[in-house]
Design a protein around this ligand. Structure first.
Ligand code: MLT
Length: 303
């Protein structure tokens, strides 16, 4: 029997793929062969000697102590692409939220509750909450992995002019990318030219603060920025200043930070990118597959 420790609630559709004759799952195990985790941070966890692998039901692995796992011979899996559609859909939503002031306008209308003749009263917000269309605008995508490529192609479908930057673009990614996407070799080209910028790279020492004060300075006035990848990719103090001055017209982020919450032209979500039942099922199934292949056959399958 293999023990699988659950560090988060994992979709039942995935867990059902574990043969009950061979696997037991629990949040309470102290001795276990495998870990299934979503967002729980494992940096301070002391792993048992038997632990052979950790599977993250998600793309990023910054909640896992990768160096220590390598030293201790623990294999780490993630589920690249399994939640890409869910994230892509929220990015498209974020592009529109950054433009059309839907959240601000809707909140303002709620505040009118009880106003006599509410219809005409609400229409007074029409010009205050007006915003531009995204069609015809330049979208810069930093990172053309599974998510970035899907966002690029969807944005092309919405008549945006799409520019992408990724020094590590895979052959598979290049083949999937719509031919109209302009692949630039310098990040500064994205900063200097794009009306909307969205970032889709893993968080590491090289990518931390990719959107720094210096980077924002290089951007077009009134640029709109989306970050559904990792909070630390953006210097939030610099972003708050840029929102205040109007240099950045809107910032939609999937990560809370105090300085950003105060800004009227920022929208902060509670890390919703991958939170769809479809994506949770896909990630769980892929993570379970990786664990079973490794424990039973020693095969490392991480696409
Ligand atoms: C990811 O890295 O893919 C996301 O953080 C997934 C999640 O929200 O769990």
């Amino acid at each position: 029997m293999y023990n699988v420790k659950l560090y988060n609630k994992i979709s039942k559709v995935g867990l059902d793929d574990l043969d009950p004759a061979k696997y037991t799952c629990s949040e309470d195990f102290t001795d276990y062969d495998a870990v299934l985790v979503r967002s729980a941070k494992l940096h301070d966890v002391e792993f048992p000697k038997n632990l052979r692998c950790i599977a993250r039901a998600g793309a990023g692995v910054n909640n896992i102590p990768i160096d220590r796992c390598s030293e201790e011979g623990i294999v780490v899996f993630n589920t690249p692409g399994a939640n890409a559609n869910a994230v892509k859909e929220l990015v498209i939503c974020a592009l529109l939220l950054a433009s059309r002031k839907v959240v601000q306008g809707a909140n303002w209308v709620k505040g009118l509750k009880g106003t006599p003749d509410i219809g005409p009263a609400a229409e007074k917000g029409k010009s205050t909450y007006a915003g531009p269309e995204i069609a015809g605008k330049k979208l810069g995508i930093i990172g053309l992995g599974a998510i970035g490529v899907k966002v690029a192609n969807a944005a092309v479908g919405l008549d945006m002019e799409v520019w992408g930057y990724d020094p590590y673009l895979s052959v598979d990614g290049a083949l999937k990318l719509d031919r109209s996407v302009k692949h630039v070799t310098e990040l500064d080209e994205i900063f200097a030219n794009c009306d909307y910028i969205t970032i889709h790279v893993p968080l590491n020492a090289d990518t931390k603060n990719t959107i720094s004060a210096e980077a924002i300075e290089k951007m077009k006035d009134g640029v709109r920025v989306i970050n559904l990848a990792r909070g630390e990719l953006v210097d939030t103090k610099a972003m708050a200043k840029a929102l205040e001055s109007g240099k950045v017209a809107a910032y939609v982020s999937d990560f809370a930070s105090d300085e950003i919450l105060e800004q009227e032209n920022a929208i902060t979500l509670p890390h919703l990118g991958a939170s769809t039942p479809e994506s949770e099922d896909n990630c769980a199934k892929m993570a379970v597959y990786e664990i079973t292949e490794y424990l039973e056959k020693g095969t490392i399958r991480n696409s």
